[in-house]
Design a protein around this ligand. Structure first.
Ligand SMILES: Cc1cc2nc3c(=O)[nH]c(=O)nc-3n(C[C@H](O)[C@H](O)[C@H](O)COP(=O)(O)OP(=O)(O)OC[C@H]3O[C@@H](n4cnc5c(N)ncnc54)[C@H](O)[C@@H]3O)c2cc1C
Length: 361
């Protein structure tokens, strides 16, 4: 069995942020990421101003990666729409581009990045990988995001709402480019929402968060999209008859869950620490914030600082996560969605305030 100074499992934003801060603090961690090369993940690709500021501090500049600026939020429900200016400049960027830039920054800072190496389980204080290798470390950073690792799965209480996520891209089109210029569009439906924004290559990232029951009731994702287009003329115009057949998918996303307690040596970061409703578009910022906070905790207090970090981060994430849950629940039911849209038409600035209050800061 090999021993590492610090072991990070998962190379999304949380794992990379932890790696960069550790390397800057003189700890050369090992980061193991199961994917072999650049890949898309189920994500809306929305970078809030808090995520952008954190990325810059980590040495990653979204603008130079081609991120598209976003100044407005458009909420659409049925045939109605409300538009508001966001409190600060946000951006749209594919996760393919973002995650590879973060991993490159981690490697450049001195982290040993191992790609194509999937952890299978945590057993007797060691991580066992798919090739049979076992690695142990005084500090384990669990950064597997939406995926559980056997022996260290998130203790999510039964009964927690678990949504499914789907992602694809709409090919570039002049009409789409005009409609989505500097705008994130959220289409609200019973049981979920679809987010649309332009990515660096001119395609539009299309991401759907949907209650499992609604997905199960449809005859597959393509049929579900046809159903959603029939419910909303604006959404139908965006698709323009395009019904994607290839999807990235994830199931069992436990919105609203936070890791409130920890154990010595185990630092849960990103979606393994707190899962904000994706409608708020702050999961990437939370991933970066938790990765940074966990790494600082290890540097300052050693492996025993894990429990204190976990409790403190749960407190920090409480307000955005709870408020985002409130907005998600209001948006997902017609009975609360209609009055919400009416209110936002009267006070469009309220959506901007909600966007500000759901940032991790
Ligand atoms: C439908 C939907 C839309 C969203 N839209 C947005 C948005 O627009 N903006 C936003 O800020 N947030 C959004 N989010 C949330 C955001 O995607 C997550 O919060 C964020 O990706 C969490 O980052 P992470 O690093 O914790 O995990 P991830 O990004 O999931 O990364 C985890 C990494 O770990 C790797 N991994 C997993 N298991 C293993 C293993 N066993 N061994 C090795 N490697 C492993 C994976 O390959 C992956 O690279 C959305 C979420 C959903 C579900």
């Amino acid at each position: 069995m090999r021993r590492a100074a610090a072991l990070i499992v998962g190379g999304g934003p949380a794992g990379s942020a932890a790696a960069i801060v550790l390397a800057r603090g003189g700890v050369r961690a090992e980061l193991h990421e199961r994917s072999r090369g650049d890949r898309d993940v189920v994500c809306g690709g929305f970078l809030g101003w808090d995520a952008i500021a954190r990325l810059r501090r980590l040495g990653v500049e979204p603008e130079t990666l081609g991120a598209r600026p976003i100044r407005r939020l458009r909420l659409c429900a049925g045939g109605a729409q409300v538009e508001t200016t966001l409190p600060s400049l946000a951006a749209g960027l594919s996760r393919r581009r973002l995650d590879s830039a973060l991993l490159a920054a981690a490697e450049q800072a001195g982290t040993r990045v191992v790609r194509g190496h999937a952890a299978r389980a945590v057993e007797a204080a060691a991580v066992r990988f798919d090739d049979g290798e076992s690695v142990t470390a005084d500090a384990l950073f669990l950064a597997t995001g939406k995926h559980e690792l056997r022996g260290a799965a998130r203790p999510v209480p039964s009964g927690t709402v678990a949504a499914a996520g789907l992602r694809t891209a709409l090919p570039p089109r002049p009409e789409l480019e005009r409609a989505l210029a500097e705008t994130i569009e959220l289409h609200l439906f019973d049981g979920g929402y679809a987010g649309l924004l332009l990515q660096e290559d001119g395609s539009a990232n299309l991401c759907l968060s949907i209650a499992r029951a609604r997905l199960a009731a449809a005859a597959g994702p393509t049929a579900l999209f046809a159903e959603l287009a029939a419910e909303s003329p604006i959404f139908a115009r965006r698709l323009d008859g395009f019904l994607p057949e290839r999807w990235d998918a994830v199931a069992g996303v436990p919105y609203g869950w936070r890791a409130r307690a920890g154990e010595a040596g185990l630092f849960r970061v990103g979606d393994q620490a707190a899962v904000i409703a994706s409608l708020a578009g702050d999961g990437i910022a939370i991933a970066l914030a938790s990765g940074e906070a966990a790494a600082h905790a290890l540097l300052a207090g050693g492996p025993d600082a894990a429990s204190g970090y976990q409790a403190a981060f749960a407190r920090q994430a409480a307000r955005p996560v709870r408020l985002a849950e409130l907005f998600r629940r209001s948006a997902e039911r017609a009975s609360s969605r209609r009055p919400m849209m009416r209110l936002l038409r009267l006070v469009p600035g309220a959506a901007g305030i909600a966007a500000r209050l759901t940032r991790i800061g």
